[in-house]
Write a protein that binds this ligand. Structure first.
Ligand SMILES: [Ca+2]
Length: 181
C-alpha cells in the first residue's frame, strides 16, 4: 500500500501525519545526538538517510507521539502484511505500539506492542492484518522523562499479502491464524 510505505529518506513523513493533539512529536533524524549513547547511529534504509525518533531532552519529555496513516480501504476481506524496523534503546525507554482503528465504528485494536528496552540495533517487526473495511493505522511512542531512552522507526511497508507463517506464533492476528475483525 503506497499510503503506508515510507523510508523517510525524502526528509518527510510521506503520507503519514502527526497526531494533532500530541504534546511531543516524532522527529526526523539522520542520527541521534544523544549524549547518553542510546539510539541509532544511522538510518536503516541506506545508512545515510532519515528515520523518525523520540528522544527525551530536559525541555521536551513525557507524553505520547503519534503518526497516523490517511484512510485506508479494504474493498473485500483482505490480508495485509505490515512490516517495519524499530529501535528501542536505553534503560528508560517506555513503549511502542501499533493501533488499528476502524473508521465506521471507531473500534481500536492494539495489533503490536513492546515495552522497555529491546535492542541496540535495528530490528524487524511485522504483523498480519485481515480486514474488510476502512481503517487507519497509528504508531504510538510513549516517552518517559528520563534521558536513557530512544525510540526510532524506519522503513514502514504494507503489502496485500499474508505475512510469513512464523508471524502467527507471535501475533495471532493474521487470517491464517484465526479471524480478525
Ligand atoms: Ca530511512
Amino acid at each position: 500500500m503506497n499510503e503506508v510505505s515510507c523510508d523517510f529518506n525524502n526528509g518527510d513523513l510521506c503520507q503519514w501525519s502527526s497526531g494533532s493533539s500530541d504534546v511531543i512529536e516524532w522527529l526526523l533524524e539522520s542520527d541521534v545526538h544523544n549524549t547518553h549513547g542510546v539510539g541509532p547511529l544511522a538510518d536503516h534504509t541506506t545508512g545515510d538517510g532519515y528515520f523518525i525518533s523520540l528522544t527525551p531532552t530536559h525541555d521536551r519529555n513525557e507524553g505520547v507521539a503519534v503518526i497516523v496513516t490517511p484512510e485506508l480501504t479494504a474493498t473485500s476481506a483482505q490480508d495485509f502484511c505490515l512490516r517495519w524496523w524499530y529501535h528501542m534503546d536505553g534503560s528508560d525507554v517506555e513503549s511502542l505500539s501499533v493501533h488499528l482503528i476502524t473508521l465506521k465504528e471507531g473500534k481500536e485494536t492494539v495489533v503490536w506492542t513492546k515495552k522497555g528496552f529491546q535492542t541496540s540495533w535495528w530490528t524487524e517487526a511485522f504483523v498480519g492484518i485481515h480486514i474488510n473495511e476502512a481503517f487507519v493505522l497509528e504508531f504510538r511512542g510513549s516517552q518517559g522523562k528520563n534521558l536513557l531512552s530512544n525510540l526510532a522507526l524506519d522503513d514502514i511497508d504494507m503489502k496485500p499479502a499474508v505475512c510469513p507463517g512464523e508471524d502467527c506464533l507471535y501475533f495471532m492476528l493474521s487470517s491464517s491464524c484465526g479471524p480478525f475483525l
